[in-house]
Design a protein around this ligand. Sequence first.
Ligand SMILES: C[S@@+](CC[C@H](N)C(=O)[O-])C[C@H]1O[C@@H](n2cnc3c(N)ncnc32)[C@H](O)[C@@H]1O
Length: 184
Amino acid sequence: MPTVYEPAEDSRLLAESVIDRIDTGERVLEVGVGSGYVAARVAAETGAEVIGCDINPEACAAAREEGIEAVRSNLVDPFAADSIDVVLFNPPYLPTPPEQEWDDPLEHALSGGESGRRVIRPFLDDVGRVLRPSGRVYLLVSTLTDIEAVSELAADAGLNTREIAEESFPFERLVVLEITHGNS
Ligand SMILES: C[S@@+](CC[C@H](N)C(=O)[O-])C[C@H]1O[C@@H](n2cnc3c(N)ncnc32)[C@H](O)[C@@H]1O
């Protein structure tokens, strides 16, 4: 069984929609770096300084194989305040009833708990802390996760959201949200 999320349509949509929005030399953190696919593309195609983090140590090892410096962490816990220009996150977002939870690294890659927002909520609560004043967050969300509810969580944390990219599939629409400090 694989233990690291294989890049999929969501990974590709996130990578492709942010590349023209990131400048050479900017400091980029990919939370939940997984295989390193998104981080490696952003590093190669923008010239930004890209690092990653993941709760799954095997994902950190996979990202390092792709040339991305990666640390094991829960969300942005170890990162200093006001230190990052761009945060990327393709989070676990599938709504999953408790009786269908399973306990392995792929659950952490896929399951967003009952609401789909179990990981997104604490991420939004803390990401503004690490973001520089002109910083941006690019968060992949799905209609399965209730995009309006995600925007409300961001607003509760003092952040603005707007959709910058989308792609429709038979059972969901994937959207990339750009999230900025509320005063920008
Ligand atoms: C949907 S996968 C995305 C992987 C990769 N970024 C991509 O787009 O292909 C979500 C990733 O988030 C990681 N993750 C889940 N919860 C996390 C947490 N609390 N802190 C850091 N990473 C987390 C998972 O281990 C997984 O690698």
